[in-house]
Ligand binder design. Structure first.
Ligand SMILES: N[C@H](CCC[C@H](N)C(=O)O)C(=O)O
Length: 294
């Protein structure tokens, strides 16, 4: 039987971004891409992202977190999921320590200091954006990734063109548009996500800057499709808007599922993301989930 069978999971969301949290600290268990897809097949555990906690790898950190999209692919960042993990490590009766007001998590992309603002609001230091073409990564050199050649649709009348590339621990392409809701994102999202210019694929953002401190955003997520919210995408959109001199360094980013406050801090170049995390229910992984994957 799969060693993950019968393990407890938390179902949460970050502004409607569906998150499942699995605590494997104290074990040597690992989640494979097949395991992640099998867990997503359980309606009560279904997720956009699965956040798996492992024992800390660096002194002074609280956990190493591996992030899986629903397609089984791994990501280096998930802003909404990080806030949900922080909530669980403070407030969940099974694994939380209510005395904690700050934590440091680690993902493949680096360290993520988290501060608890209130019962359900957390601020994550998402680190500094990576902006060079080979850090996004892009498949060919671009001197200026704040606007690079990529378009979709008829050559002489493209639907979208000239995005801004930002890596927040994961790759993003931000297109600035008048109205993010005027596009058939379900149709164009996968074409852009899988475009050969993105060797690791990419998360695709449609951003409208409504005011220097307000951005409206829709996201097609790599490995998950259209989600209600994308924390790292909101960070990427703010960084892109500042690079394009369209916004201030701190703004509210309004996603379909709610608002995040994002700041690209002048002092150290780190991006801070503040927003909610919501607990929905808990459950255990049914052994039958893993039979076909076995
Ligand atoms: N789909 C993303 C990971 C989740 C990002 C998003 N849910 C967030 O809150 O940052 C990727 O493959 O890079």
């Amino acid at each position: 039987m799969n060693a993950l069978a019968n393990r407890r999971f938390l179902k949460m969301n970050g502004l409607g971004n569906q998150i499942t949290v699995l605590d494997l600290r104290g074990t040597r268990l690992l989640v494979s891409a097949d395991d992640a897809r099998a867990i997503a097949a359980e309606p009560r555990a279904r997720f956009d992202q699965l956040m798996v906690l492992h024992d800390p790898q660096v002194a002074g950190t609280d956990a190493f977190v591996r992030i899986y999209n629903i397609d089984g692919s791994e990501a280096g960042a998930c802003g909404n999921g990080t806030r949900c993990v922080a909530w669980a490590m403070v407030a969940d009766p099974g694994m939380g320590d209510p005395a904690r007001t700050s934590l440091t998590l680690q993902t493949k992309a680096g360290l993520l200091p988290v501060r608890r603002e209130s019962e359900t609001i957390f601020t994550v230091d998402m680190g500094a954006p990576r902006l060079a073409w080979d850090e996004i990564p892009l498949a060919e050199p671009f001197e200026d990734t704040s606007r690079f050649e990529l378009q979709i649709g008829p050559i002489d009348d493209p639907i979208l063109h000239t995005p801004c590339a930002v890596n927040m621990g994961n790759p993003h392409a931000v297109f600035f548009v008048e109205d993010p809701y005027a596009y058939n994102l379900a149709q164009i999202g996968p074409l852009l996500e899988n475009h050969p210019i993105f060797p690791d694929r990419a998360n695709i953002e449609l951003a409208a800057v409504k005011a220097p401190d307000h951005i409206v955003l829709r996201v097609w997520e790599r490995g998950a499709g259209i989600t209600q919210a994308c924390g790292s995408g909101a960070c990427a959109a703010l960084v892109a808007a500042v690079r394009r001199e369209l916004s201030a360094r701190k703004a509210v980013v309004s996603l379909p599922g709610g608002d995040l406050t994002i700041e690209w801090r002048e002092s150290d170049g780190h991006v801070l993301m503040t927003g909610a995390a919501e607990f929905e229910w808990e459950g255990t992984l049914d052994p039958s989930l893993f039979e076909s994957a076995a």
